[in-house]
Design a protein around this ligand. Sequence first.
Ligand SMILES: [Zn+2]
Length: 400
Amino acid sequence: MTTNQLTGTPAKVDAKQVLAGRVLLAAPADDPDGYAHLIATSPTPMSGLVVGGANWREHLRRLRRAHPDLLLTVDPPECGLYFATAADPFPTGIDPDELALMAPPTLKQRLAEQLHNGADVAVLGTGYIQAADAPALKAAVTEVLTLERNDVLVVLNLAYQWLTGRDLRQLQAGLDLIKGYPVAICLGDGDGDPMGRPGVLDGVRAIAASERWVMFHKTDLGGLDAMSHGANAASIGVIASKRRAAIPGAIMRAPRKGRGQNVLRPELLRYMRSFDMQDKLYQRLKAPGCPCPECLEAAIDRFDNTKEAKASCSRHNAYGILGLIDDADVAGGWATYWPAKVSAAVVEHQTLAGKVGIKFPAPRGVRAWLDRPTNTGTSTGTDVPPRSKQNNGRPRPTRS
Ligand SMILES: [Zn+2]
């Protein structure tokens, strides 16, 4: 991060330029230092860290001192605690009783607080915008237009229904009004993967392919598919709760401990539960070792339910995501890399099925990525065909 020499305050950065082409890791709040170190020592210059949790201020300050060059931004916890409303699209998260005694911080003060604590880009996140709540979306857009600054990423936390039908057209109209700002779309779904819902992938691809600056935030690997269709950036959750928008008041499903940890298999472009791998794939066949720096060739299905195994699995997942980012960078970008990688993942499923002698088709989500329309955007009729926006003429960060 650059600092203004006279005032000691962070210099204004162009958020669009800083984030362009990057795939950030949305990490769990319990070990930000570990993930910062992991990203800082990985070969890819195209990542960065989204810091979450109630203690994000302290985490940011410490991480900024330890890693002056690491791209840092915030996942403000209040976004997942409140619904956006027409009266308050960007809830502060401050207790109303406390607010009675003091003036609530302005949007500009909230953004300045992030930058002063060490974020490269300030995040202005809406509360959760429920399906069809057009007044809340409109209120958010109206407030964004008052900001008049370029160091802010606007995060729209949206119910997945916003990516289909009439809601999609309203969302696109809203995005057009704030097209001067980089916008991150974070989708929520109370019951599963929001990008797996009917029609959502088409909506995501139409928005990715448009001329607007947009990133898909806190996704599963679907953010990478969006990159291949022209999204300007993405962030991927290292753990399940960071792979979608949090829904206020939603009860987190208890982890299905009976099936072990959720392990990324980068060559298959999917997660698999460790105990499912033991039971279904590797009863007779020896499980392969993983070459990542966390596993050091230890068996891919070894993660049990201990605290240590859970943390180790999350680090393995982070290394897997960083490996994909680095491979895409070397291959010349997501538009080139992703279609070939998806095809290879489908073949990997067939090869593995042959080895273990069971039916093991690629999941529906992976097969959906195979299908690449030659003219994305036909589902809405309002967007231009895909083209690569990923470099935008910006200087690329150098590989170290
Ligand atoms: Zn590994």
